[in-house]
Design a binder for this molecule. Structure first.
Ligand code: SF4
Ligand code: SF4
Length: 279
């Protein structure tokens, strides 16, 4: 699913202008450069960046958006001060391309469940991908893919992982501005339950017996699903030290069988999250 026009190796073939690397927090005569890269993904996290509107305009005054094909045809070559990477590694070409991007990036931040956990496409991991290809594509002979979908951090060093499917635009702006000002990003590491209680939403698990992954999921979505009377689907991935066993037992008490629980625990972040623990 990655796009050939996002290939930095193609850029270094002569279509782009080489730029000096600039560390964040230095003088303002040269603005730090930002690049946004896509791998296997739906583009939803890049759209979250575009959706920042006013905030993005304010940020744009302090950075030079050097490479962002989703937003602009202006594509400057690296090195880049900050790279945002969306999507997972699913092809041999992408497994090579991410190393080139890492080499060109002072700071590399992955955005979204695809990039930080392999995404929904990681549901194929551990299964026969050839069988999936045969059943989905009319011409499977044209498909070249790896057996697995893996997070960017499985391939190169990552400086920060921003979770979510899609990411939260407020958290994204916080990460970018924190980088620009040379301070740590203030991203919560508590569970969705804390944000659920903060907005005064009745607990759907207690009130209705609706299974909810909120107790083990990283905060960041402002408990959107419980606010609409649905259980959390775990888009933001596991929180720090999740008590998976306790929630597994609670789901049992709510009448779920093992198959249903495994399906609930897999999903957006199953490759790195509690889905693996309980498989
Ligand atoms: S994390 Fe979700 S919204 Fe973001 S690119 Fe992947 S599938 Fe799309
Ligand atoms: S609805 Fe879900 S996220 Fe909200 S308090 Fe209950 S278990 Fe936690």
């Amino acid at each position: 699913m990655s796009s050939p026009h996002t290939d930095p190796m193609a850029m270094t073939a002569g279509t782009a202008t080489a730029r000096p690397r600039r560390a964040a927090g230095g003088d303002n005569t040269t603005r730090p450069t930002l690049a946004v890269w896509k791998f296997a993904s739906c583009d939803g996290c890049q759209l979250s960046l575009l959706d920042c509107e006013d905030e993005l305009l304010a940020v744009a005054g302090h950075i030079d958006i050097a490479y962002f094909p989703e937003a602009s045809s202006r594509m400057l070559g690296g090195p880049y001060d900050l790279s945002l990477v969306e999507g997972s590694i699913t092809t041999a070409h992408d497994a090579e391309r991410i190393h080139t991007i890492r080499d060109q990036s002072e700071v590399l931040i992955t955005i979204g469940a695809c990039a930080t956990a392999g995404g929904i496409q990681a549901l194929r991991n551990g299964r026969d991908v050839g069988e999936f290809i045969d059943s989905v594509y009319a011409h499977p002979e044209f498909i070249s893919t790896l057996e697995t979908s893996t997070p960017i951090a499985d391939h190169v060093e990552v400086d920060f992982e921003l979770r979510g499917c899609p990411i939260d635009r407020g958290q994204l702006i916080e990460v970018i501005t924190a980088h620009l000002s040379g301070r740590p990003a203030r991203i919560p590491s508590t569970s969705v339950c804390t944000q659920c209680k903060a907005r005064g939403t009745p607990c759907v698990m207690v009130a209705n017996g609706t299974p909810c992954l909120g107790p083990i999921t990283m905060a960041g979505c402002h408990a959107l699903c419980p606010a609409y009377n649905r259980g959390c689907y775990g888009c933001f991935g596991p929180m720090e030290s999740p008590n998976v066993d306790a929630l597994w037992d609670l789901f049992t008490q709510l009448g779920m069988n093992d198959r249903a629980k495994q399906r609930a625990f897999h999903g957006y972040n199953g490759w790195v999250g509690p889905g693996e623990i309980q498989s």
